[in-house]
Design a binder for this molecule. Structure first.
Ligand code: ZN
Length: 121
């Protein structure tokens, strides 16, 4: 019996199902809930749109975003706690940058056990 995403109503397989406040969500919706990209954040929207027009997405990244990407390049994958410690960034900033990078299809998140691991797209 497939699960149904509580936000977009998409059918989801059990292994792709993320639980948040007792409800099932697909990966996309879950990541949106965790790191909402606000329409009033002009920089995030600008970054995503710049990518859509540009060929080399990495050339549009801010130094902070490049730091995150390079860290994950070297490590393969990392939890947000590891990135907070190694990049010396607050969780909020990481989630904000991740939202942008995810929309640009530079980074993605996967679930392993009960951990969320961030990795290159
Ligand atoms: Zn969904």
């Amino acid at each position: 019996m497939p699960y149904q995403c509580a936000r977009c109503n998409k059918s989801i397989e059990k292994f792709q199902c993320y639980e948040h406040q007792g409800k099932p969500f697909c990966e996309d919706c879950y990541m949106d809930i965790l790191s909402p990209m606000k329409a009033c954040d002009p920089w995030a929207v600008h970054s995503a749109q710049t990518f859509l027009q540009g060929k080399d997405k990495l050339s549009t990244l801010t130094p902070l975003q490049l730091n995150i990407v390079n860290y994950l390049k070297g490590k393969g994958e990392a939890t947000i706690e590891e990135m907070m410690e190694n990049l010396n960034l607050p969780e909020e900033a990481l989630k904000r940058e991740f939202a942008v990078l995810r929309h640009m299809e530079v980074l993605r998140a996967t679930k392993k056990g009960d951990k969320i691991l961030y990795t290159l797209f």
